[in-house]
Design a protein around this ligand. Sequence first.
Ligand code: PEP
Ligand code: MG
Length: 311
Amino acid sequence: LIAERTAAWTGPGTTSDGHRVDVLANVQDGAGARVAAGTSAGGVGLFRTELCFLDRETEPTVPEQAAIYRQVLDAFPGKKMVIRTLDAGSDKPLRFAEHPDEANPALGVRGIRIAAKDSGILDRQLDAIVDAAAGLESAPWVMAPMIATATEAKSFAEKVRERGLVPGVMIEVPAAALLAERILEHVDFLSVGTNDLAQYTMAADRMSAELAELTDPWQPAVLSLVARTAAAGAAVDKPVGVCGEAAADPLLACVLVGFGITSLSAAASAVAGVGAKLESVSLDDCKRAAAAVLETSDPTSARAAARIELG
Ligand code: PEP
Ligand code: MG
């Protein structure tokens, strides 16, 4: 039955009682975006721009970048588009933005922290996004990875806003989840990256197979940070999405909706499964599951609690 529902899912994302949730795709280049556009995704919730440039020795020029971003924008005309600025460093080193000789690259100069040392790369990327978006009806949303403080969010948002783009930040550092209210004073939306949020909350390398149980997105400590982030957004009526692996798990996606998450962004292959599951449950089911999950102490109990409410 689930397989049939998944095959038949045509969007838009909604619960059985009509509560709208954007179900979006994660993409990394024009070709991937065209594949994603073949699903019923309502747009792109995470464009990982750094993955376009992993093989580059030198920084791509503004026109080169703009041409690549334009391919992704063109695949989703008139649809929601969330572009993430370069998340270089740690598991995704970029040769032209490299900070070698760090003992702990995951805790080092990565993501937005690169801009604090040299804002040129970020400025040029934002200029390229503006060029790529020229002539579009609505401005793309642009978010920064690895934000840890409200000060970082403020200076990023200023740069994005002055270019006519819509600023947001990723919530993937526990500090940012804990101060989401203050970050929301500066940005228009948040997007929770559960992969890194799990890594940093649990102090466990996301790349380590041996530690996979600790980095399980069903860890109640991680979910409680997602829940508080969603509540902070709801309090000021600003959207809070999830774009990490958690959003690709249909059961967990419903729990996230119960927390008040407003959009789910997952790999193209997971989009229809998430949309179909969401359509089979009510918003109240999601809320009951969300409350039950927050009472548990481990991922196994969290899954079991969610299944009782969501099937
Ligand atoms: C995340 O950390 O959850 C995320 C979506 O970003 P990435 O996986 O690219 O680090
Ligand atoms: Mg991340």
